[in-house]
Design a protein around this ligand. Structure first.
Ligand SMILES: Cc1ncc(COP(=O)(O)O)c(C=O)c1O
Length: 387
């Protein structure tokens, strides 16, 4: 009879490999060897993106799991953050639960009974910070408020107060280049499914310094086999991004940058955190309609900026309509558009090389226009941070 995997508690030890595939044997209480290597008791834990092996030492007395006081927890959270070596730095966080801003990453936490944590009942949005300015904050703020309404989340404060809190969080962070991310949640209360016990909707915001260099190189995409979210959920930016994460992982498994969703009628929809657009042979800018996908703030801004290219005769026209896979794969240019990547040329979709397989001239123009807009656009899209 085939043997079932043993439950963790019956395995002799835990060993999870780190990136270099070295495993480490440890005893004692919680230690932090490296940010991705945490050691609990005799349990060896390290992280690897592709592989984990779990073997638990059954001889560990349960009492080896320490019971910690609040100051001890804080000390360990500090140690955890001190050893964190991710590329991103978290500069400031606001939480309506504590009613203030912290710049200490160890204190950047949210309550475990928040329904956003255990039921996914929350919505989020972002805004880029460039050269000390918030880009399209109001557009993103309008979207999170729309998302919150669709998710039946009451606002903890009115729009103006949320806006002031977000700006203040960036001011405190002193961040000049990075991003602001924020969440509206139905809030903490209990572990029930119904949020009826949550009488304190929450706002959280974090400022992230991102050092990753801006990349305009063309990329490859594949068609996602992970189903697209139903329309009701695709048009709101909720924290339920499991399909999006799985779709991105699928792309990475194929060595591609992103996977493209088709909608239930087979039309081109969007990527997991970006919109998509095309330039046809006739120099028409084509973008899928926004009624079954997220209304991208960057994509909408690109549509406005592209009007200038129509005036200059570089584009014949701009159309937001259903786009077939045949039209998309037969286009001269294809691009991804989103606040994280701005405008990124696509050189190949599945087996189809797009156009001549090089970064397209209109895509590059649109990228230039959006970067210029971020650096010197009008006050409607560019808000100076009052440091
Ligand atoms: C599913 C999805 N589509 C499109 C976008 C692009 O939107 P934006 O340009 O506002 O970042 C995002 C990113 O937020 C997204 O998550």
């Amino acid at each position: 009879m085939a043997s079932l995997p043993k439950p963790l508690s019956q395995n002799p030890s835990i060993e999870l490999r780190n990136h270099s595939h070295k495993s480490i044997a440890v005893q004692g209480n919680l230690l932090f060897l490296s940010p991705r290597t945490r050691l609990f008791g005799k349990v060896k834990v390290s992280c690897c993106s592709h592989q984990t092996e779990a073997l638990v030492d059954s001889s560990i007395p349960k009492s080896d799991v320490p019971v910690l006081s609040c100051p001890e927890v804080i000390e360990r959270l500090n140690t955890f953050r001190d050893n964190y070596t991710g590329k991103q730095q978290f500069l400031a966080m606001y939480s309506s639960i504590v009613g203030g801003i912290t710049t200490d990453p160890a204190a950047m936490v949210i309550p475990v009974d928040d329904h956003m944590v255990h039921r996914g009942h929350g919505v989020f949005d972002t805004a880029a910070i460039m050269d000390g300015h918030l880009y399209e904050l109001d557009q993103h703020l309008d979207r999170i408020i729309r998302s919150a309404a669709m998710a039946k989340i009451n606002l903890p404060f009115d729009r103006e107060s949320i806006r002031s809190i977000l700006i203040k969080t960036v001011t405190v962070s002193q961040c000049r280049n990075g991003s602001l991310r924020y969440w509206l949640s139905v809030g903490p209360g209990d572990f029930q499914l119904s949020p009826s016990g949550c009488d304190c909707p929450a706002l959280y915001a974090i400022v992230i310094q991102d050092q990753s260099p801006f990349n305009a190189e063309g990329v490859r995409v594949v068609t996602s086999s992970v189903p697209i979210k139903p329309q009701q959920f695709a048009i709101m930016k909720s924290v339920n991004y499991l399909p999006n994460a799985l779709s991105k992982m699928e792309a990475e498994e194929y060595g591609a940058f992103a996977a493209i969703w088709l909608d239930n009628d087979g039309f081109i929809a969007e990527g997991p955190n970006m919109n998509v657009a095309f330039v046809t042979r006739e120099k028409e800018l084509l973008m899928p309609r926004f009624d079954k996908i997220l209304s991208g703030c960057t994509a909408r801004r690109v549509l406005a900026l592209a009007e200038g290219l129509v005036r200059e005769g570089k584009l014949s026209k701009i159309s937001v309509q259903d786009v077939t896979v045949e039209e998309g794969k037969g286009a001269d240019e294809m691009m991804l558009i989103g606040s994280g990547i701005l405008v990124r040329p696509i050189l190949q979709w599945d087996d189809q090389v797009i156009g001549d397989g090089k970064e397209g001239p209109i895509t590059q123009e649109l990228l230039k226009l959006i970067v210029e807009d971020m650096k010197s656009g009008p006050p409607t899209v560019r808000l100076p941070v009052p440091y």
